[in-house]
Design a protein around this ligand. Sequence first.
Ligand code: DGY
Length: 342
Amino acid sequence: MRLPPSRAPGPGNKFETRMHVPKVFLTRRLPGSVMARLAVETDLALLPEDRAPTKAEILAGLSGREVLFCNITDRVDAEILSSPGLRVVANFGVGFNHIDVAAASARRIPVINTPGALTEATADLAFALLLATARRLGEGERLVRSGRWRGWEPLQLLGADVSGTTLGLVGFGRIGRAMADRARAFGMRLVYWNRTRLSPAEEAACDARYLPRDELLANSDFVSLHIAYTSDTHHLIDARALSLMRPHAILVNTARGAVVDEAALVIALRERRIGGAGLDVFEQEPLLAPGLAGLENCVVVPHLGSATSGTRARMGHMALDDLLAVCAGRKPKHCVNPAALE
Ligand code: DGY
């Protein structure tokens, strides 16, 4: 389906010579306010059906298009990036491990993303998973819905305390720090590990103590992951890392599934080597590692970190503003490979 640009070049159109209307291929429908702007401010092409496109559909959709407006489920590889005339990749999301950024840079194609737009929503979800896992909300919900609940019992579904415990943050960027804000309000102590250690003044301001990663794992009651997925962080939380965690500790992952070795996690949860896991992301979405879905001591949700109406709209507008900027020869606010703009 092609949406006609309202400012399409044509006789009498005052934008005809002054305004370049970017030709965009959008892989999935976005929130209404973003779609409305796309219809007006771009020459938009998208598939008739709202579903994840195949690679062949992306390649066909890009024909004659200069912008690929994609999301985290589209694998944007070197072949897609070599589509003739492609000038910009705008990603509806902050994580960009699904895009071959090196191939984009080699072709001087800037890759735009949406950092900041989803910080609070993702931290909310991470904290919600922490609480839900600690307080066994998944099990409780299943019990009530099954009709097997027989009323209050002194020893029913006893969970873990949160207040007064230690939260270990693996990754202390925007989302890690927003998670720390929530944890402080719940009376938790904070330790963090990050590739780059904060200055003493920053650590004091965040009330967070740096620990080497293994020590953090061994000393935390909750461990929450807030790092980008790269070849360096692939299976960062593997069987060895899980074995360092306390037997009651709960792992929360809202980062990327493959930061955790999911098969090793299933074993650790099944054998109660750790207390539980709250997971928003999975190694092979939408598939779960065999055995994971049947475990009571984990809470699993379908990659909802940024899923609020306001956040998704902000993400869309942010990516759209930046793709328009690039097409108009201006500098975008967020670009993961700024050298491609030079
Ligand atoms: C992202 O943006 O990377 C999230 O995982 C989805 O919004």
